[in-house]
Design a protein around this ligand. Sequence first.
Ligand code: G4P
Length: 531
Amino acid sequence: MSNYTEEINRRRTFAIISHPDAGKTTLTEKFLLYGGAINLAGSVKGKATARHAVSDWMQIEKDRGISVTSSVLQFEYDGYCINILDTPGHQDFSEDTYRTLMAADSAVMVIDASKGVEAQTRKLFKVCVMRKIPIFTFINKMDREARDTFELLDDIEKELGIATCPINWPIGSGKGFQGVYDREKKCVIAYSDTEKGTKEGTSTEIPIQDEEHLKELIGEDAADKLLGEVELLDGASAEFDLDEVQKGNLTPVCFGSALTNFGVEIFLKHFLKMTTTPLPRKADIGLINPTEHEFSAFVFKIQANMNKAHRDRIAFMRICSGKFDANMEVRHVQGNKVMRLSQPQQIMADERKILNEAYAGDIIGVFDPGIFSIGDTLCMPKEKFQYEGIPTFAPEHFARVRQVDTMKRKQFVKGVEQIAQEGAIQIFQEFNTGLEEIIVGVVGVLQFDVLKYRLENEYNVEIRLENLPYEHIRWIENKDEIDLAKLSGTSDMKKVKDMKGNPLLLFVNSWSIGMTLDRNKGLVLTEFGRN
Ligand code: G4P
């Protein structure tokens, strides 16, 4: 096989999904710690340092002390080359968060043990399901009072509709957290409250059959409870089946505490063993296999104006097959141009490192003079195929946008269209009129501020935003079969069209969606649009 097969096969590219505050950052830091990428947990992107570490591409980031766009972290661990894709949470939740998942081969889902499945996890999970990628669960904060373990698993199964398979089982929680039972090794690993930020402390392991020592170690009550739970678990839980895991039907679950660093390395080891090497990807000529095809990649994110002085854009691409060499010529399929990619770089947190080579599974950022769009394919000059496009994700916040100075119509339309082309916002028009009024849809409300800021600073256009009450948008999948004029919706429904003229429906609540479907037999609505 090719000389890059080995490099590709040791790559693991994944995203961490969670609701804000579940512990994604803390877990990421502990992963990096094991990989030796940082010396002290917290030094990469802890909230305390975030204020100083943010890149300076946009004042808004500085003002708010957050990073508006996501980045990629690469590190080595145990022979693996690991790429973690950051999915921004808090207010900076945007379409980029979703798109990042299009570039990942698997996802780690972090759940707060006292809370269970929360809203943002649910949203991100849907995208993973759509892609059928494996999902691994880390139930975090076991050092705090947690919900009942069976209840937590039940919550995942019911809320997300995925079967769970505990890899280990917690012994108590909060002050009573004593460690975990490893189901594969059939032994108990006792928890020692390790110093924050250090590597995992030494732990005691004893076989579960050794009841005498077990009782000595964790106490009689805890031992009895554990033995009972293990018996129940072995009888009731789904059997471990790697094939089902890789298809995304079964999620392996580990328990631990990212902050006190217990169970993190066990989880990382299990995860790396079970997760997948870079996955083949669908193109118009069929599936492209990462190791059997020369270089190819697709653009999943475009970040504008990282450096205001240069007005540059960075196009982030996921390499899908073969090896990338900085000197090689590639074809940009959508632009029908053969070119050298300019300043290929790896963006590590807020630092950029120029790179000479990269392999399938890796993410590179290249200087974009305004030629790339999200979803574009790059391949070898002799080829000309296209990867399947990236879906458009349903915005949840809508506003009507008007420019303050009506004389600046041209700049306004140009600015809004360009920002929409980068994928930061989606724009819609009233169904029966033209561009007099624009409706903007965003996934995260911060994007409204970004739009306002950028129009003022880059296009010299002041705008007014009027929030609209809609929260749900649906594309009409079978638009050619449906007579839109006759469509009978609810009173709160609004018909709009996107810039290509595709019809869409806006709803205030999800109940109205069901009602509209009931009233219009044959109507097929979808949450993910295709470009
Ligand atoms: P996020 O990226 O998912 O938003 O969460 P992050 O890691 O920033 O963690 C959110 C808060 O939860 C942080 O506390 C963090 O220290 C805490 N945390 C994370 N993992 C654990 C855990 O296993 N056990 C406990 N007890 N706490 C955990 P904070 O006070 O909000 O922030 P900070 O000032 O400590 O950074």
